[in-house]
Design a protein around this ligand. Structure first.
Ligand code: ABT
Ligand code: MG
Length: 148
């Protein structure tokens, strides 16, 4: 089954949105496979956002993502990578549709509440960056017969 890496960013944690966000993915039918509250080190932030290293906003991005605790998660399910991106909405919350997480709770591109892997390659890379193998839980959920 496909897995993705999702993270409530420091603004989402401070604004009490962890429960709201977890609720949406649970209600959709995805399965939580790992989760932890953590403060991202400078090194991990630079690595995670490595693709944006040359962009003018890189410094601010690293400062923001390390500015307070984040809630890091691994979620599992059919097509979870793309479906989670759709549930998050566009990167710029001002362009994100109502009903999406960023559309409902975000205001600016610099503080857009949630991160989600954008491809199978990013998902594998980001899960490996944030979680040890012993932190990913493999289990059967009784509702799966009613979802698939
Ligand atoms: P992330 O989930 O944070 O990776 O966002 P997403 O994949 O939707 O968008 P990308 B393009 O990866 O943006 C990464 C972070 O950079 C911020 N950003 C982006 C800016 O501040 N200014 C910009 O012009 C662009 C393009 C938004 C993202 N996050 N945060 N926080
Ligand atoms: Mg991204």
């Amino acid at each position: 089954m496909e897995k993705t890496f999702l993270m409530v960013k420091p603004d989402g944690v401070q604004r009490n949105l962890i429960g709201e966000i977890v609720k949406r993915f649970e209600a959709k039918g995805f399965k939580l496979a790992g989760a932890k509250l953590m403060v991202i080190s400078d090194e991990l932030a630079q690595n995670h956002y490595g693709e944006h290293k040359e962009r003018p906003f890189f410094g601010e991005l690293v400062d923001f993502i390390t500015s307070g605790p984040v809630f890091a998660m691994v979620w599992e399910g059919q097509n979870v990578i793309q479906t989670a991106r759709d549930m998050m909405g566009k990167t710029n919350p001002q362009e994100a549709a109502s009903g999406t997480i960023r559309g409902d709770f975000g205001m600016t591109v610099g503080k857009n509440v949630i991160h989600g892997s954008d491809s199978p390659e990013s998902a594998e890379r980001e899960i490996g960056l944030f979680f040890g193998e012993d932190e990913i839980v493999s289990y059967t959920k009784q509702d799966s017969a009613w979802i698939y």
